[in-house]
Design a protein around this ligand. Structure first.
Ligand code: ZN
Length: 105
């Protein structure tokens, strides 16, 4: 059995992308992600960080866990957009993490 797959995908937080197979880590309302167009999603730290890394103009706000937003923001800087697409190209700036783009500049 694949340990990274959530046996109950419907039970994951609302910040998870439908094609991201990973399970939540911690409370599912640890952070809130704002997408910049008026939509908000509560998420765990793990999926909050991934969503933040994947959506241009997204912001993060604290949720139920003190410090989770800070951790997720820091993690998002090192995560490639849509990192669960393992075979996606990683050439252009939009396909690389913020940290990697900062090193290239
Ligand atoms: Zn989650």
């Amino acid at each position: 059995m694949d340990q990274d797959r959530d046996p109950q995908p419907a039970g994951r937080c609302t910040a998870v992308h439908i094609e991201d197979p990973t399970p939540c880590r911690g409370p599912r309302d640890a952070v809130t992600i704002l997408d910049g167009t008026g939509n908000a999603a509560a998420g765990c730290e793990h999926h909050g960080a991934r969503m933040l890394a994947s959506i241009d103009g997204a912001r993060i706000e604290p949720g139920s866990v003190v410090g989770a937003a800070t951790w997720a923001f820091a993690a998002s800087q090192t995560i490639r957009p849509f990192c669960w697409y393992a075979s996606a190209p990683r050439i252009e700036a939009s396909q690389l993490s913020h940290a990697k783009n900062a090193r290239r500049a």
